[in-house]
Design a protein around this ligand. Structure first.
Ligand code: HEM
Ligand SMILES: N[C@@H](CC(=O)c1ccccc1NC=O)C(=O)O
Length: 285
């Protein structure tokens, strides 16, 4: 006989291989993952077919960014605590997430300019520029810029989160303090400074990385940390490049909804260098 509630027959249940089938009093998959909340958060504003893609692309990116922040915060704490093996696990996870986001552009690039033009007016002045999690990631990785706090001024709670990241030493700042603790000479103004200021490259830091890269076996952990950071910046550069290229193929040189010049603004971001001495050292080896 078929179940009146589900229409399942006794035979279907036999084929369920002993799996639990009654969740009237137990936590199910959807309960644990809060899928009702997650899957009711896609509310297209336009009548266009492609808006679902646009929303899900951004929502999944924000979820991955949430995990990146979780891992980056923990990695910075571990570096501060000299627990480098734990930090390596987290940093390599962050790089893999960034690679995931690089490949995600392939899905969005299936949207043509005509398709995007139909939904763009519904976005009004909203823009990825206003992503507070993205800004936290940039700040955590040391790309500090006070002007980027302004879009969050209308939301005190978000502003506080971005400001906290802006005021804190970045992952790289903590790395330089670690180099000093391990006996490498680093200029004092790179160990204690106003962390809200953008990072400026230093010759002492370059010399310190040079010592590490010239004798990896003596500084194996620092050497591995240097390479983890280069991996991460490499993946981030690919993300920036895929963003600007996808944007150009979809909106050309139109001004951005966030008010910037659009592609020209994003191209300038390609010049960002997060860990300058780690790149510079390559030339000296
Ligand atoms: C059709 C797809 C997209 C277009 C046309 C587009 C366009 C733009 C433009 C023009 C800007 C410059 C700011 C502005 O004036 O609006 C921007 C910034 C930004 N977009 Fe996108 N974008 C797209 C997809 C995405 C996706 C999928 C993400 C992933 C979360 C994203 C994240 C960002 C971020 C974080 C910024 C700020 C970048 C920075 O300040 O360095 N965008 N986007
Ligand atoms: N800045 C984009 C709009 C845009 O892409 C966007 C709009 C709302 C939510 C996320 C977005 N994605 C990234 O910027 C544009 O100028 O078309």
């Amino acid at each position: 006989m078929n179940s009146p509630a589900t229409g399942a027959s006794g035979e279907d249940i036999v084929h369920a291989e002993g799996a639990q089938l009654d969740f009237s009093g137990a936590m199910s998959y959807g309960d644990y993952l809060q899928l009702d909340t997650l899957l009711s958060a896609q509310r297209p504003l336009s009548p266009t077919h492609n808006e679902m893609l646009f929303i899900i692309q951004h929502q999944t990116s924000e979820l991955w960014m949430k995990l990146m922040l979780h891992e980056l915060h923990a990695a910075r704490d571990q570096i501060r605590a000299d627990a480098l093996q734990a930090a390596f696990k987290m940093l390599s996870r962050v790089s893999r997430i960034m690679e995931q986001l690089v490949h995600a552009w392939d899905v969005l690039a299936t949207m043509t300019p005509s398709e995007y033009t139909a939904l763009r007016p519904y976005l009004a002045s909203s823009s990825g520029f206003q992503s507070w999690q993205y800004r936290c990631i940039e700040f955590l990785l040391g790309n500090k810029n006070a002007a980027m706090l302004r879009p969050h001024a209308h939301r005190g709670d978000r502003l506080a989160a971005v400001q906290a990241e802006w005021r804190a030493p970045s992952l790289y700042d903590e790395t330089l303090r670690l180099l000093a603790r391990r006996g490498l000479p680093i200029a004092q103004d790179h160990l204690e400074r106003d962390w809200t200021q953008p990072y400026t490259a230093s010759d002492t830091v370059r010399q310190a990385w040079l010592s590490v890269y010239r004798a990896p076996e003596q500084h194996w952990e620092l050497y591995q940390l240097g390479e983890e950071l280069v991996d991460l910046e490499d993946a981030f550069r690919l993300w920036r490049f895929r963003h600007v290229t996808t944007v150009e193929r979809i909106i050309g040189f139109k001004r951005g909804t966030g008010g910037t010049s659009g592609v020209s603004y994003l191209r300038r971001k390609l010049d960002t260098v997060l860990f300058p001495e780690l790149w510079a050292v390559r030339t000296d080896l």
